[in-house]
Design a protein around this ligand. Sequence first.
Ligand SMILES: Cc1ncc(C[n+]2csc(CCOP(=O)(O)OP(=O)(O)O)c2C)c(N)n1
Ligand SMILES: [Mg+2]
Length: 566
Amino acid sequence: MTEPEMITGGEAVYRVLRDQGVGTVFGLLGGSMLELYDALYQGGDVAYVGARDERAAGHMADAYARMTGGPGVVLGAQAGPGVVNLATAVAEAHLAYSPLVVIAGAISRSDLGKDTFQEIDQVALFAPICKRSILVTDPLRLPDMLRDAIRLSMSGRRGPVVLHVPRDLFAAEIPSPAPGPVSIAGPGRPAPGDIAEMVSLLTRSKAPVIVAGGGFKWDEGSRILCDLAEILDIPVVASTGHADVMPHGHRLFAGQAGARGNAVASGLTRDADLLLVLGARLAFNSTFLSHDYVSASARIIQVDIEASAIGRYFPVALGVQAGARETVQALLDTIKDTNGITANARDWVRKFRADRAALNTERDAEAEIDTVPMHPRRALAEIRATLPEDAVVTLDTGNACLQAADRLAHYRNPGLVAPLDFGLVGFGYAAALGVQAAAPERPVVSIMGDGGFGFTLSEITTAVRYGLPVVAIVLDNGAWGAEKAYQKEFFGGRLLGAEIESPAYEEVARLCGALGFSVEKPGDLGPILKEALAAKRPAVIQVKIDPTALNALRKDLFKPTKPATS
Ligand SMILES: Cc1ncc(C[n+]2csc(CCOP(=O)(O)OP(=O)(O)O)c2C)c(N)n1
Ligand SMILES: [Mg+2]
């Protein structure tokens, strides 16, 4: 038997990532894993994108994971502060079920537990916000524990895993790891009896709707979702943040339900007598967890990869632990020759089509709003009309982005990357850089508020350095608009901390080596966006939008207070 090749821990980590097919890793340089950096440098086949803030690097890797199916890898290269900076990104990935793998530098084993320079309890810090937060203590186990971290992040309901690696392990000599990617079990299939029960419930329903969510984004599932909707001839509602699960304009696509969605889609989930819920959770953002949004008498078929998600918020008539794709496939196999199983639902579908057509007309009219400063909906209409079909859009949290979530046109899945349930500001631009690294051939546009963009302004230099031609559209209303709306509506207009000033981003962008544009007039955004996309260079478009065009999203949060006296 030949002796195994001995390599450093850093080299071993690099080889595991390479063999997994990871194309790009993200990070910010720190002293805890220089052997890994050196292995990446020398290997040359796993690209590295260095961010200006670890949080941004984490969002990039998260978005990369959502585009590729994972894993997205971020290096927390500096034990302590560098790793702690990743907490926000890990929490975001956790609530988005995104397979993010964090390789986090840690204090050398000989110094652990001594309150050494930059030492904090990283393992405990991350434990509640990821699938597993674990310390590697033996260099021989480093490759296997990394492979296990990848497996865990990618299997079942996906999510982030944080592997803390004491810095001395990267320098330790260990045998080269077994080659090849890790084995990951696919989701389960529904039992034939479950499919029969689904068909029987669908046949009896007068008002059925499919609710589809993230389960279809992992599986590139638009095509089979369309097939299912068409063969059943019933409408599809997307859960929040997943308006790309079906192509825009499909005759059976209602768009998103919930506060970020539209009244037609919300009306479908509220009035349906049967919800076929596939790879979606019926969670807060889509339903407020309230029977105001899902009829108490509706029958619910819920299919989820995670057993504990089934029936969690609403009681189910039929719960099936299985993959969304596997279930749709099984349904298609069963009903392919059976016409008219939803014949009872014809009136319901006719009404939906009429309602959706009326909504489309309303949305089209938004393209005509010609007030100055520009109404955000006018800006969104221009973006919708201009983006090419293969574009990917990333969003942020905030008033303008909430309105964007259901107003854009997506034709290719995944085509929308949004902050989802963590609802954090400062995600979108960094996420767009991760998307672009994952999909260099696709046009990538980040839509953000002025507040949100300020969080990650310095990443323009990252886009320039790594040649990531993202176009950032900053909808500038001079405010933390979503919060200002609450102070206006519920606190008598007493504004504190609500208003902000931003520099001329077109100049900032140019100083950073990117293209910069500023737009004030309705009608100008479309052509400028076109020009920016054609340039295939990083670009920032600052759009002055109407600071009064705000709406308070969650009216359930506050009771009205006395109006201001002045
Ligand atoms: C990290 C973080 N900080 C604060 C908030 C609270 N918050 C929610 S929306 C919002 C306003 C965002 O402002 P901007 O990006 O300008 O978008 P706008 O609402 O003005 O469209 C804030 C501060 C948050 N969700 N996340
Ligand atoms: Mg704003």
